[in-house]
Design a protein around this ligand. Structure first.
Ligand SMILES: Cc1cc2nc3c(=O)[nH]c(=O)nc-3n(C[C@H](O)[C@H](O)[C@H](O)COP(=O)(O)O)c2cc1C
Length: 200
C-alpha cells in the first residue's frame, strides 16, 4: 500500500461524491448509468440517466416509462444493479440495491413539474415502449409535431411517468492505474458501511 492510497473511509466518501457529481452534472460520464434487472434466466441491461444521488438515505434515482418492461421486471424482483464508468479517471463503480417504483404519487408529481416539454416527450408515446411497429416511427401523437409544444398539452403523459428510487446496500469501486490497480467493496450492514479491499 503506498502513501497515495486512500483509507476505505475516504474511498467510500469519494465514491458517493462521484455519484453526486454524476447526478448533478449533465456532462459528467457518471450521468449515464447502465442498470441491470433480472428477467427469468436473463440479465437485462440498459442505459438510464442518473437523476439524483441522496447520500444520507443511500438512494439513487432514475426516471422511466411506467409501461416499460423494466417496471415489470422490478415488480417481480426489485433487486437492481448499477454500473458506472469514468473513462478519464479509469474508475468503474458498481452499486446494488432494492428498487421502489413511484407512480402518480407526491414524488412523481414534484419531479414531473420540473420537466420541460422536451423532457416529457419520452413518456408521451401512444403505446408502451417495446410494442412492435409496422414501420419506423416515434409513436408520438400529432400534437408533438410542432416546433414547441405547449406544456399543458404534455400533461397526458404524466400517467406514464415513473420515478425509481433504489436504496443502495453495496458499492464496489475499481480503479485501474499503472501504479497498481485498486478495488474495494462497501456493504451496508446493520447501521453502517463496512469496507473491504479486494484483489482487483
Ligand atoms: C443516452 C440514453 C439515455 C437513456 N435514459 C433513459 C432513462 O433515463 N430512463 C429510461 O427509462 N430509459 C432511458 N433510455 C432508454 C433505455 O436505455 C431503454 O432502451 C428503455 O428504457 C427501454 O428499456 P426496457 O425495455 O428494458 O424497459 C436511455 C437511452 C439512452 C441511449
Amino acid at each position: 500500500m503506498n502513501m497515495n492510497t486512500p483509507t476505505l473511509e475516504e474511498l467510500l466518501e469519494k465514491t458517493w461524491r462521484l455519484l453526486i457529481r454524476g447526478a448533478n452534472d449533465k456532462k459528467d460520464p457518471l450521468h449515464l448509468a447502465t442498470i441491470g434487472t433480472t428477467n427469468q434466466q436473463t440479465a437485462e441491461i440498459r442505459t438510464v440517466v442518473l437523476r439524483k444521488t441522496d447520500i444520507v438515505n443511500r438512494l439513487l434515482y432514475f426516471y422511466t416509462d411506467f409501461r416499460s418492461e423494466k417496471i415489470q421486471q422490478l415488480t417481480n424482483n426489485p433487486s437492481l444493479s448499477w454500473l458506472f464508468y469514468h473513462p478519464k479517471k479509469n474508475i468503474q463503480l458498481r452499486a446494488y440495491g432494492q428498487a421502489t417504483i413511484h407512480h402518480q404519487n407526491e414524488l412523481t408529481l414534484e419531479k414531473w413539474q420540473t420537466l420541460p416539454s422536451y423532457g416529457r416527450k419520452t413518456y408521451g408515446t401512444q403505446q408502451a415502449p417495446s410494442t412492435p411497429l409496422p414501420y419506423a416511427d416515434d409513436d408520438l401523437p400529432n400534437l408533438w409535431k410542432v416546433p414547441e409544444i405547449d406544456l399543458a398539452q404534455t400533461e397526458y403523459a404524466y400517467a406514464n411517468f415513473a420515478v425509481v428510487t433504489c436504496v443502495i446496500n453495496r458499492l464496489e469501486y475499481l480503479h485501474l492505474q499503472r501504479a497498481g490497480h485498486r478495488r474495494a467493496a462497501f456493504d451496508f450492514v446493520g447501521e453502517e458501511w463496512k469496507g473491504q479491499w479486494m484483489v482487483p
